[in-house]
Design a protein around this ligand. Structure first.
Ligand code: PLP
Length: 449
């Protein structure tokens, strides 16, 4: 069908051999829809990959990118600057917690994570606490694919076979279907278990060996798990008590996903460092960044001689004028259309009710949501674990719906610009796909009995 070879691009996180047998190619996107080669529309309930929070194909962003390319396409970011990066950085700070007014731009979330780990380390050295070099992460956490982030990963398949830093301990994961099933918003249980595990790590390692804790405020790639009530507040409290930095990995929770610009503003918990990427400019031009508490930057500056860079670190494409111009245009849309807060307003309620209406489907053991984000977990029953999710995922795709399977959890994170009618369409296509798959699975189980 294609007039190009599928052999040369080694795709990320892809079963490439299976893909070559069954290529899944999108050729066009508009609003909340992607379009396959044959023209079939696919409702994008993933916002690409948590990226296109303003919807696909926004002309305003395209125009801004074009204009910027014609004005100044690129200039070295080391020792030089261009206006869009400074303007974008300044505008972003209208949406961050009060103490956070600095951003170090990167190209991706993975780079943002590794940059945050380095800043945390540098800060501890700058304040004479160089012994604080260990990190605490969390089981099922995902923090990108660079060596630092891989070391912080709590997902075994993303660690095995790769070089990782050894100085990391893990808090327990937050998914607790037994106690928290069908919670709307933040679940009840789990904060105490996290606090106990935190104290155990402190007792074992000593607070003077620990640099920072890194967690996603809402676990994403681990199956979309909102934090239990009081969890983020408690982790902040424990970090303060033990003089440990707190890094929120907001690569997916940033830019309106949870019903505020950031999860930190939604929940009123300010971290010391906050990573971001993906939806920062609507997923149009690669860009990420680390938001930094002012005092951290100041301490590093104060410790550094005035004739050298304060941070020997950075990417060639950091804060490129094109990515920043896209960011400024995307920010106009986020602000004008109220997309940062819609998840905690009427649309968030509509989304929550729609999602929980699926609870009557067979084999559903949990539905959870926060902002414009949700997950439906299935019990695979007589199937091997983690095999039902991929079947549902494929059938959804056949029926014109793109959602994400994490094992037997189906994860949804549509563009925030999704309409109520499109939410209804999602429910219709999802229900149909699940019903079909479960019907077939049941028939084949009976036949083989
Ligand atoms: N951190 C989190 C929480 C993520 O979800 C991701 C990607 O999904 C990353 C980091 C890595 O971002 P990127 O794929 O842009 O490198």
């Amino acid at each position: 069908m294609t007039d190009y070879s599928l052999e040369n691009w080694w795709q990320p996180f892809t079963n490439v051999r299976a893909f070559r047998d069954n290529p899944r190619i999108f050729t066009r996107a508009d609003g909340t829809f992607l379009y396959k080669e044959d023209g079939q529309d696919v409702l994008d309930i993933t916002a690409g990959l948590w990226c296109c929070n303003i919807g696909h194909g926004r002309k305003e962003v395209a125009d801004a990118v074009h204009a910027q390319l014609m004005e100044i396409d690129f200039a070295p970011p080391f020792q030089f600057g261009t206006p869009p990066a400074f303007k974008f950085a300044e505008r972003l700070m209208q949406h961050t917690p009060a103490d956070i007014n600095r951003i170090f731009f990167t190209n991706s979330g993975s780079e943002a994570v590794d940059t945050a780990l380095k800043i945390a380390h540098l800060y501890q050295h700058a304040r004479g606490k160089g012994s604080k070099s260990r990190f605490i992460s969390r089981e099922h956490g995902y923090h990108g694919v660079n060596v630092g982030g891989t070391s912080m990963q709590g997902l075994p398949s993303n660690r095995h076979g790769f070089p990782v830093l050894e100085q990391v301990d893990f808090l327990p994961g937050m998914l607790d279907i037994e106690r928290n099933a069908f919670s709307r918003g933040l679940p009840e249980h789990g904060t105490q278990e996290m606090a106990d595990a935190f104290e155990q790590i402190i007792a074992l390692r000593g607070a003077n060996s620990i640099c920072a804790v890194i967690v996603e405020p809402v676990s994403g790639a681990g199956g979309m798990v909102p934090p239990p009530k009081g969890y983020l507040e408690k982790i902040r409290e424990l970090c303060d008590e033990h003089d440990i930095l707190l890094i929120f990995d907001e690569v997916i929770t940033g830019f309106g996903r949870t019903g505020s610009a950031f999860a930190s503003t939604r929940f009123g918990v300010t971290p010391d460092l906050m990573t971001s990427a993906k939806a920062i400019n609507g997923g149009t031009v690669p860009m990420g960044g680390v938001f930094v508490r002012d005092e951290i930057q100041q301490t590093i500056f104060d410790h550094t001689p005035t004739n050298v860079p304060e941070f020997f670190h950075g990417n060639t494409y950091a804060g490129t004028p094109v990515a920043a111009a896209a960011g400024l245009a995307a920010l106009d849309i986020y602000e004008r259309e109220g997309l940062f807060t819609c998840g905690s307003e009427a649309k968030g309620q509509y989304w929550e009710d729609a999602l929980h209406s699926l609870s009557d489907l067979p084999q559903v053991i949990d539905i959870r949501n926060i902002g414009i984000l949700g997950a439906v977990s299935f019990d695979p029953q007589h199937l091997p674990a983690k095999s039902l999710g991929p079947k549902i995922h494929q059938r959804c795709l056949d029926n014109g719906l793109l959602c994400r399977a994490v094992g037997d959890h189906m994860v949804m994170s549509p563009p925030l610009s999704i309409s109520h009618e499109e939410i209804d369409l999602f429910i219709e296509r999802f229900r149909k796909s699940v019903t079909e798959v479960l019907g077939e699975v049941k028939v084949s189980a009976v036949a083989s009995a």
